[in-house]
Design a protein around this ligand. Structure first.
Ligand code: ZN
Length: 169
């Protein structure tokens, strides 16, 4: 199994047949000048690759459905996992969430993985109306709109997968 690592996974020491994207290396350099990846890269334990554009747009589509906030780097990590048919290692719930939607296996580095997919919904604290996108105040009653998680079943979140998987849906 190939493991695609985000910055937290590499920093926490999970390096076993590891792959990552160039932006993650930069993030780690920004995070800690003392952390040395050069020996990992030199020993072949960590390889750096670019995901395909096709995989990146597939992940972006899935992110749009879950309404998670993923950085461009996070998107590329998941995209690389699609390209390599590998397993994502990340402690980030947003990344894990998108992996669920895309049927990409993941392992949690440091924190427990999520069991259900959630997406964000936006609810007025006054009238209770729900909105599909972020608002600062309710257009109906003027109260504050808060963001909360709404749990969805995986079967409701299809439609992103462009490439067919052997198992099918
Ligand atoms: Zn309202």
């Amino acid at each position: 199994m190939k493991y695609i690592l985000d910055a937290s996974a590499i920093i926490s020491g999970f390096v076993d047949n590891g792959y990552t994207v160039p932006e993650v290396i930069q993030e780690i350099r920004d995070y800690s000048s003392e952390f040395t990846m050069e020996s990992l890269i030199a020993s072949g334990k960590l390889q750096i690759e670019e995901p395909s554009e096709e995989a990146v747009s597939e992940v972006e589509c899935a992110v749009g459905k879950t309404k998670d906030t993923l950085s461009a780097t996070d998107v590329k990590v998941v995209a690389l996992a699609l390209d390599l048919d590998g397993c994502v290692v990340s402690g980030d719930y947003g990344i894990q969430n998108v992996c669920e939607v895309l049927d990409v296996p993941y392992e949690s580095a440091g924190v427990k993985g999520i069991e259900e997919i959630f997406r964000w919904e936006f609810v007025c604290v006054g009238c209770g109306r729900k909105f599909g996108h972020a608002l600062t105040e309710c257009p109906f009653c003027g109260n504050r709109v808060i963001r909360r998680r709404s749990i969805q079943r995986k079967s409701q979140m299809t439609g992103c997968r462009k490439r067919e998987k052997a198992s099918g849906e």
